[in-house]
Design a protein around this ligand. Structure first.
Ligand SMILES: Cc1ncc(C[n+]2csc(CCOP(=O)(O)OP(=O)(O)O)c2C)c(N)n1
Length: 321
């Protein structure tokens, strides 16, 4: 499908926002300004944006512990995200969730999740709701290669197939689950695994936004049309360690730099759209500058915002039904 000029600009900006956001969180974390634990998504942008560009607010996603990119791609407010990661009152969850518990239910972003394999059961619920209430919505779970081996994930495949849910499982295979190489734990393609559950399975190069977007469009349409769940195995690479502070001794020296130099999704996107004269370099550079200043502002606002007070300790934490 041909993307419009506006779509291309949006795709580039959304990926740039995630990249800038993550690079800045990397710096701020190293400087000691961010409490808690963070896992960065830099390098994987084309996956979150390629899928989420096919969604609207009626659709739901569930994320992982590496959730900043999915949240931003689903439309979460950049300043609210940064405030949350800094643990400040202006954060999306009032500063009490932090990196691994960011959610914005109004946008259908059901949350980052510290439980590996926690997202797939959640999206089965969202997909069942969409099917029952006939909202036309679909639900996507992003899962890591490690998370793809969790029982909760496999049971969700089962459930989604048996109930013919508008559910999509996106296995983001970034090469490692902590220090375990996915070549060992996944052992190649997950297409056959999808087929074993009676779902169509796809495998796609996650460095190529256009390839991801095309597959995403197909599986989202399929789910929306009532034709049931699918699984997409996305091959990617995470630029930073498993968590910030990880010494990455399990990777070969220079491995990350080599992928950045040869297969960076932002570089590939820029090359493709400029060589085809779909966008020009000046437009892309202007987006870079605008996003840099947005991220600067988001950090400044987060640092200036107060932390939650003792009186606020128990608000926004419990839900009553
Ligand atoms: C149920 C559960 N088991 C173990 C952990 C510890 N843990 C956190 S992240 C992680 C690896 C996840 O790897 P993967 O799913 O490939 O995601 P990636 O970090 O590569 O994005 C593990 C084992 C956890 N958080 N939850």
């Amino acid at each position: 499908m041909q993307l419009s000029r506006d779509d291309l600009l949006k795709a580039y900006r959304d990926m740039r926002v995630i990249r800038e956001f993550e690079e800045r969180v990397h710096e701020e974390f190293a400087a000691g300004g961010i409490p808690g634990f963070v896992h960065l998504y830099a390098g994987e942008e084309a996956s979150a944006v390629g899928f989420c560009m096919n969604l609207t607010d009626v659709d739901h996603i569930a994320s992982t512990h590496r959730g900043h990119g999915h949240s931003l791609a689903k439309g979460c407010d950049v300043k609210g995200m940064m405030g949350e990661i800094f643990g400040r009152q202006n954060g999306l969850c009032a500063g009490k969730g932090g990196s691994m518990h960011i959610a914005d239910l109004e946008l259908g972003m059901m949350g980052a999740n510290g439980i590996v394999g926690g997202g797939p059961p959640l999206i089965c619920g969202a997909a069942l709701t969409a099917k029952t209430l006939k909202t036309g919505g679909v639900a996507i779970a992003f899962v890591g290669d490690g998370g793809s081996n969790q029982g909760t994930t496999l049971e969700s495949y089962n459930l989604a197939k048996v109930w013919n849910l508008p559910a999509i499982f996106v296995v983001e295979d970034n090469g490692y689950a902590e220090a375990t190489a996915s070549a060992w734990s996944v052992g190649g393609s997950q297409v056959k695994r999808a087929e074993a559950f009676g779902m169509p399975g796809y495998q796609v190069d996650g460095h190529d936004f256009f390839a991801v977007h095309e597959v995403a469009r197909e599986v989202v349409d399929r789910a929306r049309n009532g034709d049931g769940p699918s699984l997409v195995h996305v091959n990617l690479y995470r630029y930073y360690g498993h968590f910030e502070g990880d010494a990455t001794t399990y990777r070969a020296a220079g491995e990350s730099d080599k992928v950045r130099a040869e297969r960076d999704c932002m570089d590939i996107f820029r090359r493709r759209v400029t060589e085809a004269a779909l966008l020009d370099k000046k437009q892309l550079d202007a987006i870079d500058r605008e996003v840099e200043s947005l991220i600067d502002d988001s950090v400044a606002e987060a640092k200036a915002a107060p932390v939650p007070t003792a009186e606020q300790l128990l608000t926004d934490v419990y839900v009553s039904y």
